[in-house]
Design a protein. Structure first.
Length: 93
């Protein structure tokens, strides 16, 4: 079975994200000693509840191995138009 990419709900991927977030942070984050990973899970949950979160999941053999997470909201300069902003993406090596 190969890599499978699909749009999924936040609730479906949330339980499996912590180890991927940690690996992602360790792999690419600068100044890790000064800027620790501190995920605001409640804010993600609130964005999801408000319909302002989009998740694309990457799975290999059914296991989550990557993600693209986006915010869906109006823009500060174009408040009548909804935009999607990619906030974070990662694919485990």
């Amino acid at each position: 079975m190969g890599l499978h990419i699909s749009v999924e709900s936040w609730k479906a991927v949330r339980p499996y994200l912590k180890p991927l977030f940690v690996g992602h942070h360790q792999e690419i984050a600068a100044d890790q000693d000064r800027i620790p990973l501190d995920v605001d899970w409640s804010r993600y949950d609130a964005m999801d509840a408000a319909g302002k979160l989009a998740v694309v999941a990457a799975r290999r053999d059914g296991r989550l191995c990557g993600y693209a997470i986006g915010a869906v909201d109006t823009h500060l300069h174009y408040r009548s138009t909804v935009f999607g902003f990619v906030t974070l993406y990662y694919l485990h090596p």
